[in-house]
Design a protein around this ligand. Structure first.
Ligand code: SF4
Length: 290
């Protein structure tokens, strides 16, 4: 893909929807695009299967968002990708996944990554990572507890050879300039989740790339010297049981992205560039939610 850079790509991240059931104040989801109808996304999938992306054959697709499980066509889309031979994974906050629907999704995935920035109710409230109903009415799901409910249920049915389970945590400075979110998640992964064969804990540096993340950059941005210390500290936690990796801006820039409206994008130094429009049919965009 020489028009983008000299990296070789065999995977991409498909930000299938820009909607979410949460209101994280640090979120860098794309706010200005509407998601496409399922038939348009299936056509894009077939195009990528036949042509690759930028000339490179693609082996792996990571479905993300917004919240990908909120997209009305996510189940048939993942199944279609799986049936074409792609290795499929999803990055989700997990709140729309439950015992009733997991068997419609998980058999088609090789990997599921739960984004979890804190396991503290208080901290999640501070950063806006709460289910909207829970915030408004106190009903719905307490985000700090959901992971501990759903992961054991997944593992009862899908062992680590069938499905890898990962945790993603954003490194972000809170309003009190502390990073306690990391320790909370780390302790809970080690003390409560490792039994369920968590494969990888990925820490990603807050990146003011789009949307609310740009608006709230001054609150959450992590200074270089702090990031270096965090990197050194958490790298030491990697072990035989858990692969801990720390991702800086450049690592995030190295991802190929397909946006909700079918645009091929890549970021560089905080700016996203559009390289192609993958839509096969003329469309105005705007799928629907259920
Ligand atoms: S960070 Fe994730 S969970 Fe939070 S609002 Fe954005 S997409 Fe939703």
């Amino acid at each position: 893909m020489s028009s983008i850079d000299t990296n070789m790509y065999d995977s991409f991240c498909w930000n299938i929807s820009n909607r979410c059931n949460m209101t994280c104040k640090f979120c860098f989801r794309e706010l200005n695009e509407k998601e496409l109808p399922l038939e348009d996304n299936l056509a894009i999938l077939n195009r990528i299967y036949n042509e690759g992306l930028g000339g490179y054959p693609i082996k792996k697709i990571t479905f993300a968002g917004g919240e990908p499980l909120g997209y009305y066509g996510i189940k048939p889309l993942i199944k279609a990708a799986h049936d074409l031979g792609f290795s499929c994974s999803i990055v989700t906050n997990g709140y729309l996944l439950n015992e009733d629907n997991m068997d419609e999704i998980l058999p088609y995935l090789d990997q599921i990554t739960f984004s979890c920035d804190s396991t503290s109710t208080y901290y999640n409230e501070q950063i806006g990572r709460e289910d909207i109903d829970y915030q408004l009415e106190g009903s719905g799901i307490d985000s700090s507890k959901h992971l501990f409910d759903i992961i054991p249920k997944i593992r009862e049915k899908y062992d680590e050879n069938q499905l890898k389970i990962n945790i993603n945590t954003l490194i972000l400075k809170d309003e009190n300039s502390k990073y306690q979110n990391l320790d909370n998640v780390g302790k809970d992964i080690y003390s409560r989740l490792l039994n369920y064969k968590i494969a990888k804990w990925k820490l990603l540096r807050f990146y003011a790339l789009r949307g609310a993340a740009i608006t709230n950059k001054n609150i959450f941005e992590v200074p270089d010297e702090d990031f270096k210390k965090i990197q050194e500290y958490y790298n030491r936690l990697s072990s035989n049981y858990l692969n801990v990796s720390i991702r800086d801006y450049e690592d995030i820039d190295n991802n190929l992205i397909v946006s909700p409206n079918g645009l091929l994008k890549k970021s560089e130094n905080g700016v996203e560039h559009v390289y192609d429009d993958l839509k096969v049919y003329p469309t105005k965009g705007g799928g629907r939610h259920v």
